[in-house]
Design a protein around this ligand. Structure first.
Ligand code: FPP
Length: 229
């Protein structure tokens, strides 16, 4: 099937606002993250239904890694839950998962589950949910630069891009950030060179199918010139 240019092939999602969503309900931050995970699960299905090929979700940044141990443990538990059970629903619809970031500092069991999640994914999937975990664009770029230096060769773009975590994944066409802030926060900074950016005040747990469709609709109305006239 020809891809529809009005539908982004790759959407990046900065899922901000879980903490504030919980606070408004006088609930702990962990409650907001759980609600955020549920929203993300729905959005992955919606993305696949819309014909989007890749959805990259900013689950934990390298900076978030400095959050209190209790909050991190809560997030790891959500990851454990997702990768032990929910992921199978994605597989059932022929979709795959992939993980990007520095996973080496995550608890061993979480690393193993993430690896299993990738290995268990169906081959030739038409949709991939990409989890950015302990991900930071600066770390990603520096890691690639060091690999390039080790090779002792000058690289072209394609060779450099093959050293990024996202090797083999097309650049994001659209990056959505919920929760009111208007910045990339170290997310896919190399790959986002020509991404359309969409910011909304909606807190992530409230970002539903209707809001997602609104973002894609706005994307479809934008004229992308990639620096040309
Ligand atoms: C930022 O909101 C969000 C995060 C640091 C975590 C996002 C993670 C999820 C939505 C769960 C993802 C799914 C799995 C499988 C683990 P914030 O807490 O910084 O919100 P605030 O700005 O309102 O404080």
């Amino acid at each position: 099937m020809e891809s529809n240019p009005k539908i982004p092939a790759h959407v990046g999602l900065i899922m901000d606002g879980n903490g504030r969503w919980a606070k408004k309900r006088l609930m702990p931050r962990s409650f907001g993250h759980k609600a955020g995970m549920n929203a993300m699960i729905e959005l992955a299905d919606d993305a696949a239904d819309m014909g989007i090929k890749y959805l990259t979700v900013y689950t934990l940044s390298t900076e978030n890694f400095a959050r209190p141990a209790e909050e991190l443990e809560g997030l790891f538990n959500l990851i454990r839950g997702y990768f032990t059970s929910n992921v199978k629903k994605l597989y059932k619809r022929g979709a795959a998962v992939k993980v990007i970031g520095d996973l080496s500092v995550l608890p061993q069991d979480v690393q193993a589950l993430l690896q299993d999640g990738e290995n268990g994914s169906p081959k030739g999937a038409s949709f991939t949910l990409v989890f950015a975990i302990n991900y930071g664009a600066r770390t990603e770029i520096l890691r690639a630069v060091n690999k390039a230096a080790e090779s002792g060769k000058k690289l072209d773009f394609a060779q450099f891009e093959s050293l990024l975590y996202t090797s083999g994944i097309p650049d994001p066409d659209l990056i959505i950030r919920t929760g009111g802030e208007k910045r990339l926060s170290n997310f896919l900074m190399y790959q986002a060179a020509y991404a359309e950016l969409y910011f909304t005040d909606v807190l992530f747990p409230d970002f539903d199918k209707k809001e997602f469709e609104k973002a894609v609709e706005e994307y479809s109305r934008r004229e992308r010139r990639f620096g040309k006239l």
